[in-house]
Design a protein around this ligand. Sequence first.
Ligand SMILES: Cc1cc2nc3c(=O)[nH]c(=O)nc-3n(C[C@H](O)[C@H](O)[C@H](O)COP(=O)(O)OP(=O)(O)OC[C@H]3O[C@@H](n4cnc5c(N)ncnc54)[C@H](O)[C@@H]3O)c2cc1C
Length: 422
Amino acid sequence: MEKDQIIIIGGGLQGLATANALLDRGEKVLVLEKNSETATAASFANAGMLTPSQSTPWNSPADILNILSGIGRKDSPMSLSLKAMPSYFLWGLKFIANSTPSKFEKISKDIFALAKYSKDLTVTIRTSEKFSYDESTNGTMKLFRDATRLQNAIILSDRIYGKSNEIEVLNQKEVIELEPALNKVRKGIVGGIHYKEDETGDAYKFCKALEGLVRSKGGRILVNTDIKRILLNKRKVNSVVTDRAVLEAKRVVVCAGCLSTTLVKQLGIKIPVKPVKGYSLTYNTAGIQNTPKLSIIDESIHIAITPFFNRIRVAGTAEFVGLNDAMHPKRIDYLNSKLNEVYPNLYSKIKDDEESELWFGFRPMSADGLPFIGESKIKGLYINTGHGHLGWTLAMGSAELLADQLVGRETQINNKPYQANR
Ligand SMILES: Cc1cc2nc3c(=O)[nH]c(=O)nc-3n(C[C@H](O)[C@H](O)[C@H](O)COP(=O)(O)OP(=O)(O)OC[C@H]3O[C@@H](n4cnc5c(N)ncnc54)[C@H](O)[C@@H]3O)c2cc1C
């Protein structure tokens, strides 16, 4: 056991990025992961988008209406289970309280500042370390089937991001020129927005590259290690109890995604973070001609479709169902039907692919839409979680913010909006 090492709980995007940032500051780190492999929870098969352009939280008035209209339903993009409702009650009140126009705008700007910082860091590490994760720098495109909604999205983008996020508004013809695979469904499309600075890639492959880097810098990663408790001595972190041993540590960073709340609650710390379940389906497209090249967000049906090398992934749905790990067939039907709506030609060729991969994960969603990054009110207890639907987009920047605070350095962007003890 290394003296003075920092224990990081969780080997997902936040845990691995945090380990890397701390190693860069000369710290020793030990990542503890309860699963048999890193990046197998929420960071495994997400939509693969690095999208500062989508920095709005999910508590806009329109989203709240969508959630409420999906109560008890399994065939709508957003849904709230009646059984899980009580567990979301207090969190839900805060979620709604943060949806006023002024708060929505301020929070969106704060998310954007971190997302932009983070994306630049992702580009830097990819270039300097020669990471390869099926990345694409072509941007993302949002499709619109309603002219008013397109106009509103342009106004929102101008108001929140201004010139700091380069967009191109496209008419129907230009949408098809940019993504010819949409030609068959062109009639339903009124236009689109090309977010040129967004990127895409496979988050799991990114995690694996990061894991290799962490190990090469001397960081240690132990899998199959479940943290049961964090122990204190005189209100300071003293050790962690795993299912195998007690490990001494004066500094612990909780990056346990949706399970972070349980670990810190034992110490009297409540952070309003709840699981929001989402699904993805990944199909093999090897050997198929004219497959899509650009990542698409279909605004009206709340899904994202991202092509990777020889694969395509459709992801979406937001279910407020607690940590319910049942795979509901209606969710799978929903994703398939939406993929078919957007790319009918392609879908007819891949629908019988027996090796398609179905996945679900739980987004750690905070009540105000902002992550919790930094030291808690307990000395030595740090938190880096609550990144919701943007956990990859925000990972590298969040890790830098956490690491700078932990070693007492000035942060590169204002860290106040994301403070862990807010
Ligand atoms: C359908 C879907 C699509 C998404 N699309 C995107 C996207 O396109 N772009 C984007 O930016 N974000 C996206 N996200 C969000 C993003 O994937 C998550 O925010 C991110 O993966 C969260 O990372 P994390 O490290 O906080 O959590 P996780 O990846 O869940 O990692 C936490 C880790 O902690 C471990 N752990 C928990 N408790 C313990 C314990 N007691 N002891 C030891 N280990 C423990 C878990 O096993 C897990 O490995 C999407 C999410 C979903 C569900």
